[in-house]
Ligand binder design. Sequence first.
Ligand SMILES: Nc1nc2c(ncn2[C@@H]2O[C@H](COP(=O)(O)OP(=O)(O)OP(=O)(O)O)[C@@H](O)[C@H]2O)c(=O)[nH]1
Length: 615
Amino acid sequence: MIIITEARSILTIRRLCLIFGFFFFAFSVSPTSAAKTEAVSITGSEGGVSVFPRISYFEDPEYRLTVYEAAALEEEGQFKVVESGYSGIGYPRSSIWMAFKLHNPTDEEHTLYLEYLNHIPEDIWLFQRDESSLEEFDEVFSSIREEGAKRPLNQLRPVFETTLKPGETRQYFVKTVDKTGQAVYVDFLIWNPKELESTKTLEIVFYSTAFGIFLIIMLLSLILFISLRQSSFLYYSGYIFFSILVWGKTSGLIPNITNSTSLIEHFWIYSGLMVAFAMMFGRAFLQTKKYLPKLDILLRLNVLVGLSQIPLFYLGMYSLSIDFLKVSMLGFPLLIFSGLLRWRQGNSLALIFSGAWLLYTYAVFSYPFRDNGFLVQDITALHIPIIAAIVETTLLFITLTLQARQTHKANEKIKQDYLLLVQNHAAELGKQVEEKTRQLVSEKQRAEKEARTDALTNIANRRSFIQSGKHIISQSQQGNTLCGMIQMDADFFKSVNDRYGHAAGDEALRSMAQSICESIGSNDVAARMGGEEFAIITPCTDLKTLLLVAERIRKKIETSVIIHDEQTFQITCSFGCALYQTNDDLDSLLQRADKALYVAKKTGRNCVKIEGYEC
Ligand SMILES: Nc1nc2c(ncn2[C@@H]2O[C@H](COP(=O)(O)OP(=O)(O)OP(=O)(O)O)[C@@H](O)[C@H]2O)c(=O)[nH]1
């Protein structure tokens, strides 16, 4: 879809090129005819009255005529007048002679100023004399390359003083020279000195305000570039910088305030760089490389055409440089078009972008129309492009700032979303780790418990008993206290199994474990040592207490009724006890308790025996 749109856009660009080409070339010829012009009557209070169309001109492509030769040609009717349209006659690459007359019908002498109204004035000579006396011509030279103060009159554009006696008709011949083929206007404005002075003041206030705005926006763009690192701000400030130089020159303000000839002479370079920066800005702002790749190629080419002004200037190829600059102007409509396409693609700010460039393009393209005599060239027309440029620059700056804000916001959102995601992931991961750790700990605890527990009776097993027993014995050794060991074994357990079944035997073992647990203290440790054998170790005890514990267990087992599969039966156990003696370890204590158990078995079972004692 985008490709089709772009293809269409390129077709439209071709059409645009044809239209603009037509204007560029068709406009270079203005209808003219040979004629003698009448004198313009003055009153002395003129406020910028134009002498056009009572002015004729002559092209001298060889730059050779003297004023007297020109006057003779004018006398012969060789001078032409612009027949239709306005004072612009295009871009003749020749010296242009202009001739007009002023007549003072009043009774007073009047001193007036004659202003050559041209947006880029060049070297200009004014010759004047009283028509009736045909005396020698007075010659005054003015050049835009001269600082204002050094010109005949310090004005934004070339201005000459003239004095007309009562009833006098004065003849004026003007010669303009510019070999680069700049626009020429066949016109002069007549000013009362006071009127011109006040107009100049107004104009300087206007231009100063305009350039102040340009300068502020340029600095703001630079600051924003430094802080945001967005290239569009840099290109934009470059564009404004060269705009200031271009408009400063065409308005006459720069030549008026500085004697830097370099600022004037490098005009074409500034114009080229202004176009190049405008294109680079447009490309960066609209992201044409990404979204309009084909139009982007044209914009890039236009950047090159703009930059070509530098080598062309230094090679002295001025005419070619102006032709290139005209071509580069096509970049402005291209920017409008690209902006509209981006707007259609969903970039709402691109519409304002296009609007701003439309305004600017209108202002810039009004030049060829005026230069070629299709629009009026007056002081207001001179100011319109600058007003358009201020509005355009401000609009673009606002758009650029809004876009930067949007981008910043979008980046912030991405950052925040990413942070949130990372945080959520971290929290989720933390939870998973916590859960896993908890599971592992409980698994470990379970495994440890299982390793220490007898599966049938759910009390400690032999391994666990050995661990606890060693610990209790070492405590007894350190604390010099007594501890006791009870070894017990079910009586005739084989016959229980045989009579009631193995499962009933298991039930009997569980019942025995329960009886033991219910009969011992909380510090005592009981364990199933294997088969129907159990052991209990009691810390901090004495003989009496040890016997009491054993007896309590014995009785509890003897009185307990075991129920299994609707069968009930009872069992008894024999007990062997041993009290800790110095140098005893767990094995020796167990052995001594075992000895006593053996005695208990031998002496009738279901009784408690203590090792080393008769009871
Ligand atoms: N049901 C069951 N029986 C077991 C278990 N462990 C050992 N026995 C039985 O316990 C019996 C022990 O028999 P003996 O060592 O001959 O001893 P007794 O029959 O108890 O005789 P005295 O100890 O001399 O009174 C054997 O028949 C074993 O099969 C067990 O976990 N469950």
